[in-house]
Design a protein around this ligand. Structure first.
Ligand code: MGP
Length: 212
């Protein structure tokens, strides 16, 4: 479709002027708004700095077109150096445990094997982003704060963060839907962990509050 043609999803609107004459307004340049504005963050591991000082905003977007323009131009997650993260969060929520909207929340965590970086990581990340920015969790979508991808030598991780571990129905629904969207095998179990537990863990294992 050329840019001068109206979009099939935005039919032309018929307006009636004060003198009764009908005019057709072609929506030629209207982008498709998302329900929220989202922020892309990048984390680069610089051990000389505090964790939060390594976190930077890259850009914000609030339309489908701007999302694709960004996604098509950003470095694929699988090509990032180890220790780096991307995070995409609703505007106003910082991708850290301490944020007001995260501190009582947790994350559905997908851990990947080293081999999956080449075969599945980028697809999982794109699916995760489409789930969150498309508000793909029905009436529970509002519980979603954002998604994070951690590129790590020991195995990459992708997670969807939700706002409150106590919202059991929302958390379970989001986990089930997320697992379906990623097309994960039914027998593969993914876990939901409270940020409060992750932040205070003494070893690399955090207990799961829920599993699907
Ligand atoms: P990580 O980057 O989430 O996972 O946390 P990684 O590197 O796989 O390490 P592991 O511990 O899960 O095996 C690494 C470290 O970064 C944490 O131990 C914290 O010191 C710090 N960190 C990570 N997050 C998400 C936060 C956060 O939200 N707030 C603060 N203050 N520190 C964080």
């Amino acid at each position: 479709m050329s840019s001068s043609e109206p979009c099939a999803h935005c039919p032309s609107r018929k307006d009636v002027k004060e003198d009764g004459e009908a005019v057709v307004v072609l929506n030629t340049h209207i982008k498709h708004p998302l329900q929220s504005r989202w922020v892309l963050w990048f984390y680069k591991n610089d051990k000389s700095k505090m964790w939060q000082d390594n976190l930077r905003i890259v850009t914000k977007f609030d339309t489908v077109e701007d999302f694709w323009a960004l996604f098509d131009n950003m470095q694929p997650a699988s090509k990032l150096s180890s220790g780096c993260d991307y995070a995409v969060f609703r505007d106003g929520i910082v991708p850290m445990w301490e944020d007001r909207r995260n501190k009582c929340g947790g994350r559905w965590l997908v851990t990947l094997s080293k081999q999956q970086r080449h075969s599945e990581l980028d697809r999982f990340w794109l699916e995760s982003l489409l789930c969150i920015i498309g508000e793909g969790f029905g009436s529970f979508s509002g519980d979603v704060c954002g998604a994070v991808i951690n590129i790590r030598t020991k195995g990459d991780k992708i997670a969807v963060w939700t706002t409150n571990t106590e919202n059991r129905e929302a958390v379970i629904h989001i986990g089930r839907r997320y697992k379906e969207e990623l097309n994960l095998p039914k027998k593969l179990v993914i876990g939901y962990q409270a940020h409060a537990d992750t932040a205070t863990k003494s070893n690399s294992i955090t207990k799961n509050k829920f599993v699907v």
